[in-house]
Design a protein. Structure first.
Length: 267
């Protein structure tokens, strides 16, 4: 039985990367007089590194004007990242970022059906709060039984620690949940925690390998793009019932545990 949906944030709940975080990084560079700018294609390449601060440190390796010492680079990355987060929150507050198509509808499906939801991300809590507060108000946190952010799990995806923390908080084994992700790193993190994954492709990962995901497609309202194909061609969006059907098919295809087999705990 599918008992919980675990949501990634950046690229999954909203297309935050190109029009949110990237723009905020460039504004932070300008504000601090740092002579770098990240265009769309370069930022897309940096997304192979999870975590904004980690991306800054990665990019400094190729920047001739970056500080020479590791400590100075670390201090600059921390300063830039804090300022970027404040600028990102302003972009969201100005209406620059909206939820992806079908996300709010799937939220409603889960709330009506009593299916637990959680957020599992390695972005910062301030970034999550900025996005969700703009759309749902200060009470957004009540929609989710657990919210795991970068401060809770310092090791970024594809490390599974964020998902394992979420399973512990929910008190559920991985096979009773489903993660919704947009990137190979997210898929790998959930899979390593024993969680089935549905991949909703974002702009930067439109051509990414679907890996071990149990279903994959475009946005949740692009039902015709999803594989395995939806059973009813008249359905226009991927909702909770379809996720439950894919999850049930995946569960049925797995070897059943015998009583003597070790039981999965926390993933």
């Amino acid at each position: 039985m599918l008992r919980a949906i675990l949501w990634d944030v950046d690229g999954t709940l909203a297309e935050t990367e190109r029009d949110g975080h990237r723009v905020a990084f460039n504004r932070a560079f300008e504000a601090l007089g740092v002579p770098w700018r990240w265009d769309e294609s370069h930022y897309g390449r940096l997304l192979s590194v999870t975590g904004g601060r980690q991306r800054l440190l990665q990019d400094m390796r190729r920047q001739p004007q970056a500080p020479a010492g590791a400590l100075q680079r670390d201090q600059l990355a921390s300063h830039l990242h804090l300022l970027k987060n404040r600028l990102y929150a302003q972009i969201v507050a100005d209406g620059g970022i909206t939820l992806r198509d079908g996300v709010a509808e799937l939220f409603d499906d889960c709330l009506r059906a009593g299916v637990t939801m959680a957020i599992v991300t390695t972005t910062s809590r301030t970034n999550v709060d900025a996005l969700m507060s703009f759309r749902f108000g200060a009470a957004w946190r009540r929609m989710f039984a657990a919210v795991v952010c970068g401060e809770d799990a310092p090791r970024s995806k594809p490390d599974p620690s964020a998902y394992r923390l979420a399973l512990d908080a929910l008190g559920l084994p991985g096979p009773h949940t489903l993660a919704i992700e947009d990137s190979p790193a997210g898929i790998a993190a959930a899979d390593a925690a024993g969680i089935p994954v549905a991949l909703t492709r974002s702009r930067y990962f439109a051509g990414a390998d679907a890996g071990p995901s149990i279903a994959h497609g475009g946005s949740l309202t692009q039902a015709a793009t999803w594989r395995p194909a939806l059973g009813d061609p008249s359905v226009s969006r991927v909702g909770l019932r379809q996720l439950q059907a894919w999850h049930a098919a995946h569960t049925a295809s797995r070897p059943r545990l015998r009583r003597s087999d070790p039981q999965p705990v926390g993933g």
